[in-house]
Design a protein around this ligand. Structure first.
Ligand code: AP5
Ligand code: MG
Length: 215
């Protein structure tokens, strides 16, 4: 089963994708994570995208479609979770073609709805384990008091360069201008499912599970 988690920055796409990886042995394909990896590796492409991402703008379609094409051919598992991809109509068309070439298809698009105030609260409080990527939040899931990641025991945590109010404002604008048209695009293909992303993590997870069980 192949699904898209669609939603604005901070909607909980990454959080829910990690749960699905564990629960259903699916493969998470996050273009944001791939681009951050490229940035950390110091590659030419990584250097090129670092500033764009820090500002909160979208990276070019060409780059992200290339990354997805590469990963789609190399990965195996119980289907793909597209997290943060596609983000433009051109990317959505390209994903459709890539899956078709592989003799596969999309089974569902899950739109996670969260209001802007909650997004700002979540994003400005987010941190991640630098070693395993476990996600923390100063309000809802603070880093353990002993300073060690509850998942892997590492003691280094990081915050993203684009998790500040100015970049977040730009990320939200990009979402409303370029990504939200995908809601209509997938509705017209009868693939769209909406879940309330404002609930507790477990409540959102239950809603997503229901969608997938009905596929
Ligand atoms: P990307 O990494 O995809 O970031 P994003 O879309 O801005 O989304 P986030 O990762 O910030 O949020 P999320 O929805 O994953 O939420 P999370 O689970 O972390 O992209 C970053 C940048 O890369 C883009 O701006 C662009 O420059 C570039 N890029 C990436 N893909 C691209 C593409 N396809 N095309 C062009 N450019 C691209 O949760 C957030 C916080 O909330 C966490 O602290 C979490 O613990 C907490 N939380 C989660 N769920 C809940 C809940 N239910 N209740 C309370 N707290 C919760
Ligand atoms: Mg994410």
């Amino acid at each position: 089963m192949n699904i898209i988690l669609l939603g604005p920055p901070g909607a909980g796409k990454g959080t829910q994708a990690r749960i699905l990886v564990d629960a259903r042995n699916m493969v998470q394909l996050s273009t944001g994570d791939m681009l951050r990896e490229a940035k950390n590796s110091g590659s030419e492409m990584g250097k090129k995208v670092a500033e764009v991402m820090a500002r909160g703008d979208l990276v070019t379609d060409e780059i992200v479609i290339g990354l997805i094409r590469e990963k789609l051919t190399g990965a195996s598992g119980n289907g793909f979770i597209f997290d943060g991809f596609p983000r433009t109509l051109a990317q959505a068309d390209a994903l459709g073609s890539l899956l078709e070439e592989m003799g596969s298809k999309l089974d569902a698009v899950v739109e996670m709805r969260v209001d802007d105030d909650a997004l700002v609260r979540r994003i400005t409080a987010r941190s991640t384990c630098a070693s395993c990527g476990e996600m923390y939040n100063d309000h809802t899931k603070p880093q353990p008091a002993d300073g060690k990641c509850s998942n892997c025991g590492a003691s280094e945590f990081s915050r993203r360069a684009d998790d500040n109010e100015e970049s977040l404002r730009q990320r939200l604008m990009e979402y409303y201008k370029k990504t939200s048209p995908l809601i209509g695009y997938y509705y017209a293909k009868a693939l769209l499912n909406q879940v309330n992303g404002l609930g507790e993590i477990e409540e959102v997870q239950a809603e997503i599970s229901q969608v997938l069980n009905n596929c």
